[in-house]
Ligand binder design. Structure first.
Ligand code: SF4
Length: 411
């Protein structure tokens, strides 16, 4: 099969994996600064509107797979065209595309060939050759295959900037139903081994193992599992394995899919809401049960989760931006981390007004009911029965805003 045809098949097969953002990568030393991909000038990233990085060559080594995960287009029973790169072909493509400035790095995943270790050996061969023989200093993200040995994971992290093992689905129950050959314990073990290796490196100035950390991807909407379980799993992964990111990927129906799967793709807004909730957990001090609980197991569709929380807790507002601490300010709808830092700096010099917030590029339409500022009339706003309708952005604007906040985390 011609290389171009393989590329068409294996790039298409890789598009379902969302976990390819290259944030957090530092450049590698590359043969005295003369090697390929020397990133001393910094890696620049390009993101699609929904926050996905598009500057990597994102391919599978092969879409042959011995597993039969029902949600996956590459499952062994799927009737799709198959292809397989040799490690040398992936190296060639990466180097040539990098030289032409098409890409800044490589995101390499794979179906499972023969065994997890066999597959990992081929992927590691790509990364090792790029680094050792071609002097490649660009970004490399390798997927690890659950069930691979500790040694195989250690080798992957030696050459890659980031490694990731997909948790696949929100709960063990979902995994048993849709991917019975996959073991949650093996996925957990791969993450545990990765974390232990990263920890060993923590005090070294020059990181040797996966310096951009580990991430994972979770498919949502393939089962009726609610957002509450999704976020509890993500929160546990952040805590237990210190993942850099959990990527949420709305299930994409595949041709001739099993009857256990939904026929329609879940709304993209659900994916965006999960990203917003994820930012709130990691950077805004929220706990999962403040956003979703047994009586409200799913995030609202029609507004971001921070605004929904604030509307349920009106009694805590308005707050005085001159006295509130950082944690309180971070809970104000419309104040992202950048806006909060700007307020904390500006209030050292003067009593803030609505005009000052506008000058700090903070949208007063959303924050006005929640901040006690001269002229904000916040108490009257908070008493209004129609506050929800007044602060909720129009649908189009909301979709745009949700996408932007999924990317930069400003909520
Ligand atoms: S192991 Fe991966 S590639 Fe293979 S069927 Fe399952 S999800 Fe798809």
């Amino acid at each position: 099969m011609k290389l171009h045809r393989k590329l068409t098949i294996l790039a298409d097969a890789a598009k379902y994996d969302a976990s390819c953002a290259s944030s957090g990568a530092k450049g590698r030393a590359t043969q005295g600064g003369r090697g390929l991909g020397n990133t001393s000038n910094g890696i620049c990233h390009s993101y699609t509107p929904d926050g996905r990085c598009v500057s990597l060559l994102k391919i599978l080594l092969t879409n042959y797979c011995v597993f039969d995960c029902l949600y996956c287009v590459n499952r062994t029973s799927s009737d799709v065209p198959r292809a397989r790169f040799t490690p040398a072909e992936v190296v060639h493509l990466t180097v040539e595309m990098y030289r032409r400035n098409y890409i800044e790095g490589l995101f390499l995943s794979s179906g499972v060939l023969k065994s997890p270790d066999h597959t990992m050996a081929e992927m590691v061969e790509v990364a090792r050759t790029l680094r050792q023989e071609r002097g490649f200093g660009g970004y490399i993200h390798l997927k690890t295959v659950a069930g691979a040995s500790d040694e195989a994971i250690a080798e992957a992290g030696r050459w890659a900037d980031r490694i990731s093992c997909n948790v696949e689905l929100p709960t063990r129950r979902d995994l048993a139903k849709l991917a019975p050959e996959k073991r949650a314990t093996e996925i957990d073990r791969a993450m545990q081994v990765t974390k232990a290796r990263i920890d060993e490196d923590r005090d070294r100035r020059s990181k040797r193992f996966a310096p951009a950390g580990q991430s994972t991807q979770m498919i949502v909407g393939a089962t009726p599992t609610p957002d509450r379980d999704v976020l509890e799993t993500a929160d546990a992964l952040y805590t237990r394995h210190r993942l850099r990111r959990v990527y949420y990927s709305a299930y994409s129906p595949t041709p001739h899919a099993d009857g256990a799967l939904p026929v329609a793709r879940p709304s993209l807004i659900r994916e965006h809401r999960l990203y917003q909730a994820d930012w709130l957990l990691r950077f805004y001090g929220f706990a999962v049960d403040e956003l979703v609980d047994a009586s409200r197991p799913n995030l609202p569709d029609d507004m971001d989760p921070k605004l929904a929380w604030a509307l349920r807790h009106r009694a805590l507002f308005p707050i005085d931006p001159m006295r509130a601490d950082r944690e309180q300010l971070l809970r104000v709808p419309g104040l992202g981390t950048r806006g909060v830092d700007a307020i904390l700096a500006a209030r050292k010099h003067r009593r803030l007004t609505l005009d000052d917030l506008r000058r700090l590029r903070i949208s007063t339409r959303k924050v006005r009911p929640f901040l006690d500022l001269p002229g904000s009339d916040a108490a009257r706003w908070l008493d209004r029965m129609d506050l929800r309708a007044r602060v909720k952005p129009p649908e189009q604007l909301e979709l745009f805003g949700a996408r932007a906040s999924a990317r930069d985390g400003q909520l």
